[in-house]
Design a binder for this molecule. Structure first.
Ligand SMILES: Nc1nc2c(c(=O)[nH]1)N[C@H]1C(S)=C(S)[C@@H](COP(=O)(O)O)O[C@H]1N2
Ligand SMILES: [Mo]
Length: 197
């Protein structure tokens, strides 16, 4: 009987319609970093948009904070199988960041302080689907979670949400970032379990 009710409970949890297949809910906020946490002072921070090694746009920290910001409540899904529902963030949408940029690019490489990279199709970063976030739950984003600012692409596995992001490189075609070179999927849709190659 006990075994049966545990199984039933687990099945009920898995059938939460907000939970992608193979994921479990957590109330914690695990820290997952491939290396040490870089400490970036506001004075040393800038955000750039680059294409063909040419700078197209650049903001200092103060300039970035002056851009129109949005409050976002969203679910996040890590490929290591934890999901966290209803997280709240504040940041600048990638639509706003790319407003003045004219490009034929198909993909973007996000670049982080510390050297992390991750690739994302450009059309999945626009139309209100991605942000450069600098607040989490009403507080400045913790360094462990990517502060001063991180990419937030909640509809893809969370490794696409580059912490300590410092810029976007517009690319004519796809190319693998850090985890993608190490066996993770080029796309990373949690709903179709695009986890690894
Ligand atoms: N710069 C950088 N960004 C990163 C990572 C990293 O190692 N370095 N890890 C990724 C992975 S695998 C996940 S699951 C999330 C974890 O974010 P968190 O530590 O805030 O939970 O950040 C992603 N962004
Ligand atoms: Mo992850």
């Amino acid at each position: 009987m006990a075994v049966f009710s545990r199984g039933f409970g687990a099945r009920r949890r898995e059938s939460n319609p907000d939970l992608p297949p193979g994921q479990y809910l957590t109330d914690d906020f695990p820290v997952l970093s491939a290396g040490p946490t870089p400490r970036i002072e506001a004075d040393d921070w800038s955000f750039t948009v680059v294409e063909d090694a040419q700078g197209l746009a650049r903001w200092t920290w103060d300039e970035f904070l002056a851009l129109p910001a949005e409050d976002v409540t969203t679910d996040i899904h890590c490929v290591t199988r934890w999901s966290k529902l209803g997280t709240s963030w504040r940041g600048v949408s990638v639509d706003t960041i790319l407003e003045a940029v004219d490009t034929e690019a198909t993909h973007v490489m996000a670049h982080s302080f510390g050297g992390y990279t991750t690739n994302i199709p450009l059309d999945e970063l626009v139309d209100g689907r991605a942000w450069v976030a600098y607040e989490f739950e009403g507080e400045p984003l913790d360094p462990e979670h990517g502060g001063p600012a991180r990419l937030l692409v909640p509809h893809l596995y969370f490794w696409k949400s580059a912490k300590w992001v410092k810029g976007l490189e517009l690319m004519d075609g796809d190319a693998p970032g850090f985890w993608e070179q190490n066996g993770y999927n080029m796309h990373g849709d949690p709903w179709t379990e695009e986890r690894y190659w």
